[in-house]
Design a protein around this ligand. Structure first.
Ligand code: NAD
Length: 514
């Protein structure tokens, strides 16, 4: 099924302008008679806006301002800092539809997913407001009489947040809501492909700051590609770089930040798998796998890319998924009923075709999908049927992240083999097992089980809640964001000894004369 028509680029541009106006983005930023940064929508491939990047700060001056504002913000009590994030959450709620429309326009997500992304921003604001009264340290027993030993958490400094195109605003919010309550200003380099959502979010934050009397410029957007990112990465005034994107990007960023003894939170590529055991509820597994693999056109870091299925149920699972894939309406995400929107660009489409070709060369079978759609209606856009491939072995192509709608099925005989296959990839983000056997589920969740940062039972790999720490191991980068104690990544740990005994007492009973 396809949506027969595609909204025109002019209509999409008008929609973008209306949403930007509603969010309070300065019209001067979009007045670019001499050119500017062209923003394309994946819905048609056409340009829907231009941004005058010269009106935005360059990385150096942005960091200078962030360092200045840090001096004020770190001295502001954390619960007062929380008021800013609370107000931001309220404004996000008011402008949910505007921001959601911009996410669809720039990233091509269907509105339900775009609105979900904005909801995620609101959720993390709620979490951060609560945290602003709970940045708890602790007191430890001192070995010395008349001494008190404690640990407290202090603001760290300006944080650089570098984000990917596929979660253009949620990932910024994960970082920013926490950073702000922790006392850190943010310099944000969004993906060069999604600057409009960034400008809109930043305008709402500026309005929130104005409303609660917080300093201006606590969050600044800098626009550009890798070079702009590198300027932030190399700036010694930035103690923390939180970078989300491909493993290739993280490989460049991590050593540069380490070389200056900075800190990173890296959220990089995933190659997520789920195991389907013979005891699984197969209808549930097929339904969950369909969303996890084809939702967001396969462009989530947590997208299900590998399904490791017991040989006794493999045919039924493959048939079930092929049938579900065939029913997915593909097309203009704004059209009623669409479930699969466009890929971000032609390079992404080529990568999927290339991965399919390599899989077939390795002995795989293309069960269904992989065909380009809507070429006549939108020749410059890239709509693709989700592809389902079965493979006799986990060859090199399966061990790579192909960032698009391509699901590979592998068969297994026993759980040891399934877990070995599951873990035998360089990435370690999200995983799942579908089973009604508790022993199998516990094994998968144990130290000998899945090696990922996120491990689910009877749930797909994508669609995490903000209450848990989010992130993955191995080439996914090891970073953690959002809930649990991820806030500690944005703070400086301070261990303090207070001597109220009136005499010098050294630890470990050390004597030094006197
Ligand atoms: P990308 O790596 O092309 O770009 C990500 C960001 O990094 C962009 O802002 C880009 O300008 C910047 N960048 C690129 N090179 C840089 C450099 N040398 N120095 C500093 N900044 C640099 O990724 P993308 O195509 O936008 O997004 C897709 C990728 O992101 C996928 O691999 C996906 O798995 C990953 N991703 C991971 C997570 C996660 O939480 N683990 C979340 C979203 C996306």
């Amino acid at each position: 099924m396809s949506s027969p028509t595609i909204t025109t680029t002019d209509d999409l541009a008008a929609r973008a302008a209306a949403a930007l106006d509603a969010c309070g983005v300065d019209a001067a930023l979009r007045t670019t008679p001499g050119g500017g940064h062209a923003v394309r929508t994946p819905i048609t491939g056409g340009a829907i806006a231009t941004v005058d990047a010269t009106r935005l700060p360059a990385p150096g001056p942005a960091v200078t301002h962030a360092a200045e504002v840090f001096a004020t913000w770190r001295a502001t009590p954390a619960p007062v800092r929380g008021r800013l994030v609370k107000r931001l959450g309220e404004l996000l709620n008011t402008h949910r539809a505007d921001l959601g429309a911009l996410v669809t326009l720039e990233a091509g997500k269907i509105p339900s997913e775009s609105d979900g992304e904005v909801q995620e921003m609101i959720d993390v604001c709620d979490l951060a407001v609560g945290l602003s009264r709970q940045l708890h340290g602790r007191t430890m027993a001192s070995e010395r009489p008349g001494h008190r030993l404690s640990e407290t958490w202090q603001p760290l400094g300006p944080v650089a947040v570098i984000t990917a195109f596929n979660f253009p605003v949620a990932v910024w919010a994960w970082n920013t809501a926490l950073a702000l309550v922790c006392g850190d200003p943010v310099v944000w380099k969004p993906s060069e492909r999604t600057p409009l959502t960034a400008l809109a979010s930043c305008a709402l934050l500026a309005r929130a700051a104005d409303d609660v009397g917080a300093p201006a410029g606590l969050v600044q957007v800098v626009l550009g590609g890798a070079e702009t990112g590198r300027a932030l990465v190399d700036d010694v005034r930035i103690p923390l770089v939180s970078a989300t994107g491909s493993t290739a990007m993280g490989r460049l960023v991590a050593p540069r930040v380490a070389a200056r003894f900075g800190r990173t939170i890296l959220e990089l590529g995933g190659n997520n798998a789920a195991v389907v055991t013979p005891s699984a509820d197969l209808d549930l597994a097929v339904e969950a796998a369909t969303f996890a693999a084809a939702g967001t056109a396969g462009q989530r870091c947590t997208t299900l890319r590998r399904l490791i299925v017991h040989e006794d149920v493999a045919d039924a699972v493959v048939d079930g998924i092929a049938a579900r894939f065939a029913q997915l309406p593909i097309g203009d995400p704004f059209a009623q009923g669409t479930l699969v929107g466009p890929l971000i660009d032609g390079t992404s489409e080529e990568r999927v075709h290339d991965a399919i070709a390599r899989s077939l060369a390795d002995g795989g079978t293309l069960v269904s999908g992989g065909t380009r759609r809507l070429q006549d209606a939108a020749p410059d856009a890239h709509y693709l049927e989700p592809a389902l491939v079965t493979m006799p072995a986990q060859t090199a192509v399966v061990r790579e992240e192909t960032f698009g709608p391509l699901l590979t099925v592998l068969r297994y005989r026993d759980l040891d083999e399934a877990i070995a296959l599951h873990n035998d990839v360089p990435q370690g983000l999200s995983s799942g097992i579908f089973t009604r056997d508790q022993a199998e589920a516990e094994r998968f969740l144990s130290a000998e089980g899945a090696d990922c940062g996120i491990v689910n039972v009877n749930a797909g790999t994508s669609g995490a809640e903000i209450g848990g720490a989010f992130g993955g191991e191995k080439e996914t980068g090891g970073g953690r964001e959002c809930g649990s104690d991820a806030w500690k990544g944005y703070m400086r740990r301070m261990t303090s000894t207070v001597n109220y005994s009136g005499r010098v007492a050294l630890a470990q009973d050390v004597e030094f004369g006197g």
